[in-house]
Design a protein around this ligand. Sequence first.
Ligand SMILES: *Cc1c(COP(=O)(O)O)cnc(C)c1O
Length: 370
Amino acid sequence: MRPSWVEVDLDAITHNVRLICDEVGAAEVCAVVKADGYGHGDVPVAEAALAGGATRLAVALVEEGVRLRDAAIAGPILVLSQPPNEDAETIVARRLTPTVYTAEFAAAISAIASDPVPVHIKVDTGMHRVGALPDEVPDLVGVVLADPNLELGGLWTHFAVAEDDAEYTKRQLDVFDDVVERLRAKGIVLPMLHTANTAGALLYPEARHDMVRVGLGIYGLRPAPDVAGHLDLRPAMRVVSQVSMTQRLPAGERPSYGRRRPLPAESFVATVPVGYADGISRRLSERGRVLIGDKPRELAGTVTMDQIVVDMGDDAVEVGDEVVVLGAQGGSAITAEDWADLLGTINYEVVCRLGPRLPRRYLRGGDDGR
Ligand SMILES: *Cc1c(COP(=O)(O)O)cnc(C)c1O
């Protein structure tokens, strides 16, 4: 088997969730494990998060919720966007908690349900992606409350810029609070309220309400460098491989496709069996680095589909030596933020894009996962 894998420290996830639970006080923590747990593996992450004190889980897709149910995860699972009407049957059968923003979808759920299904109504307070507009919410709440097959389980919204724009975030909170007040004025008993993602939960205590929906933070990543610097969040993921071949090449040789650049000096060059098919972007070819022997090493040429070449300079290297593509080795580290800066993206995308061809190895209880 190819010696390349994604290592996920489940103890770090449990630790991060514990820290976040302490930080948000009385609010419940809902661990967001969509997109295969942001690339870390949804089921193991969900279990580690529940062990750390999360009381609920959230996913983007019905099929992601089904994967958790198939793994015998029993607690509440919120589906963060309203799915197609045809998914109503699966939602009811697998006891997923749907987000609702249209009366048609509420009716589709009701038509299948035999016991009251809790639904969470999503309000669009300014993200403008999905949700019911504030003025539509009282009617939609009325539809749900009038239907014996539905239960109003939650009312929520989502921030567009919680990590970097306090003014707009507070405006979204005001719009949400205004909807809440209007419902309260009609004598409606309010369900669970929730508005905050990681940045919202850590930066705005007033956004915590009854529950926070935390994704990025449970993986030990920050939505912006300055968010909650006092919290000892630990990145849970490393991408690890082993050197598969070594060469000693003269100055001026140009390794890999395109022969893009010459070696500045006679060098050892290590080949490592990971590539862009694994989510190691080809755009890292110019400035990307990996760790070998506890030091950052520049790539010697283009990232290929299955392999990369690394310029070791004068440092000897052997087949089987550990290569850290993402994460820490000895005293050095290459972070998801380092990649994100090189790629013009965010740490979220870096971890999500690590492909299924890299097996996930889980560390827990201090073992080394092998
Ligand atoms: C993904 C997502 C979250 C989690 O966001 P993080 O920034 O990763 O904490 C919360 N709420 C909704 C609606 C989401 O789509």
